[in-house]
Design a protein around this ligand. Structure first.
Ligand SMILES: CC[C@H](C(=O)O)C(=O)SCCNC(=O)CCNC(=O)[C@H](O)C(C)(C)COP(=O)(O)OP(=O)(O)OC[C@H]1O[C@@H](n2cnc3c(N)ncnc32)[C@H](O)[C@@H]1OP(=O)(O)O
Length: 290
């Protein structure tokens, strides 16, 4: 079977989403904004808390899960760009909220909630890109790993600062980082809290592309970065949403499941497109594809 699209945890793990949402909502501030472009099938998710370097307040964690749930049912969706507001990515958890939930019980609940939300983000049947401008620190660095790809600007830094806080990642970032860069590089990035600039990111495979610099034109510069990211992503989201979504589902299965289960899941996905409208159109066109 395909990996469960919904949760990593269940009540048997003590995971009570509604209870956790209520507790997190007591820490307001900022927003997680979703803009869906129905025509292109592209969506932009903006982590929006600029006065806090886009740190996640408790209510923003709840909104993140709500936006992921919206995207899980978007049948025409093909691509997703995750970015921060005002030219910086995300500074992790809001330290004011963290201080208030620093007891083990609440910490574990926040951990399960964010691990679940970010796992579901990565499993979305959309091709996702983290557009990293400015700084992605702590949980913000973990958020970049919950996207299929990372595009970085010249001034960007991704830093897993957790060790400086006597922590390890708690939003799933360690597990995903090992899959992205391998165990050795993951240990260097976490153990050394290394500042990953574009050069190191590209060298390690954490970054998938460097966006061209645009003269400092303020908002226009940020729009230019978004346009570049959209252009980059469009190479992977051309064609019918059903085929793009099937492609991502097949990769998610291969990424997460043991081989035999992945093959069975691939068969299921194959069955959704074999003989489908796009397949029949391609056969009818009889053109050779480059
Ligand atoms: C599992 C995830 C993990 C956890 O939950 O345990 C975490 O993510 S913990 C948080 C990890 N993040 C950090 O440690 C980053 C903390 N922030 C900084 O190091 C700096 O603020 C920096 C480098 C992001 C920006 O430095 P700069 O000098 O350019 O600006 P300021 O420091 O003056 O920041 C501006 C303004 O934003 C507030 N701010 C920044 N980050 C956070 C944050 N994570 N939580 C709350 N507030 C944050 C900072 O306090 C300033 O506000 P002001 O009112 O002016 O003091």
């Amino acid at each position: 079977m395909l990996p469960r699209q919904n949760s990593v945890y269940s009540a048997s793990h003590g995971f009570q989403p509604e209870e956790i949402k209520e507790k997190l909502s007591a820490f307001p501030g900022g927003s997680v904004d979703l803009l869906k472009q129905e025509e292109s099938g592209l969506a932009v998710l903006t982590i929006n808390n600029p006065s806090r370097m886009n740190a996640f307040s408790g209510s923003m964690m709840v909104e993140l899960e709500e936006r992921v749930a919206q995207l899980e049912t978007w049948t025409q969706g093909k691509g997703l760009i995750v970015r921060g507001a005002s030219g910086t990515f995300c500074s992790g958890s809001d330290l004011n909220a963290v201080r208030a939930i620093s007891n083990p019980q609440d910490g574990m609940k926040m951990c399960m909630f964010m691990q679940d939300a970010l796992t579901r983000l990565l499993r979305l049947p959309l091709v996702s890109v983290a557009l990293v401008e400015g700084r992605a620190l702590g949980g913000g660095a973990e958020l970049t790993t919950a996207c299929d790809f990372r595009l970085v600007t010249r001034d960007s830094v991704i830093q897993f600062v957790h060790k400086h806080m006597g922590l390890v990642p708690g939003w799933g970032g360690a597990a995903r980082l090992v899959h992205i860069v391998g165990g050795r590089h993951a240990l260097r990035l976490l153990g050394g809290a290394l500042k990953v600039d574009p050069e190191l990111g590209l060298q390690m495979g954490l970054a998938d592309g460097l966006l061209e610099e645009v003269p400092d034109a303020g908002g226009a510069e940020r729009d230019a970065a978004l346009r570049q990211a959209e252009d980059w992503l469009s190479s992977y989201t051309k064609g019918p949403a059903q085929v793009v979504q099937a492609t991502k589902r097949a990769v998610v299965s291969g990424r997460e499941l043991p081989l035999t289960e992945a093959l069975r899941a691939e068969k299921e996905v194959f069955g959704t497109v074999w003989g489908g409208p796009a397949n029949l159109r391609a056969l009818a066109s009889k053109t050779k594809h480059k």
